[in-house]
Design a protein around this ligand. Structure first.
Ligand code: PRP
Length: 176
């Protein structure tokens, strides 16, 4: 029988509990204010849709897609916007929603880019943080789970576009 090439790291219920906790924390902090969630495509779609349904404050949502810089150019930190936000964020309270912070290059770029558009405030929530892989200093304002340096898939995260639909987060063994 073929051995499974993945191992469960975070189950559906554990993720749901943590998402509810994050939503409570964010709702308390932004009480009485409206927040624009900026969902970073594609990986953050699942997290953003679960998180927004748990938030008690009024929210809007918009989407941005950025290019992956690719392994050969990772050290350059060059990130390109493939799909920009639909509207201006000037004067708005912005919460970037990400699935994972790895090297930190994507969020470092996005944070600076969005700050240049003069929002009223800008914070970042990530479901996963892999601090061992950091190339630039970056600390998310809210984080679901710190994880060790393994390749993970599921709950929106992919390997070559596969596995995004898995309800839990799994470590993928790329040697199988
Ligand atoms: C992932 C993730 C972040 C980025 C984090 O996106 O969603 O945007 O990588 O990595 P970094 O901290 O090293 O910059 P990916 O490029 O895999 O695209 P996807 O979300 O469409 O799967």
């Amino acid at each position: 029988m073929k051995k499974s090439n993945r191992k469960l790291l975070l189950g559906e219920e554990e993720i749901a509990c943590r998402v509810a906790e994050l939503a409570a924390e964010i709702s308390a902090e932004y009480e009485g204010r409206k927040v624009l969630l900026v969902c970073v495509l594609k990986g953050a779609v699942v997290f953003a849709s679960d998180l927004m349904r748990r938030l008690k404050i009024p929210v809007e949502i918009d989407f941005i897609a950025v290019s992956s810089y690719g392994s050969d150019t990772a050290s350059s930190g060059v990130v390109r916007i493939l799909k920009d936000l639909d509207s201006s964020i000037q004067g708005k309270e912005i919460l970037i929603v990400e699935d994972i912070v790895d090297t930190g290059l994507t969020l470092d770029y996005l944070r600076k880019n969005l700050l240049s558009r003069k929002p009223k405030s800008l914070k970042v929530v990530t479901l996963l943080d892999k601090p061992a892989r950091r190339q630039v200093e970056f600390t998310p304002d809210y984080c679901g789970f710190e994880i060790p340096d393994h390749f993970v898939v599921g709950y929106g995260l992919d390997f070559n576009e596969d596995y995004r639909q898995l309800p839990g987060i799994h470590i993928l063994n790329l040697e199988f």
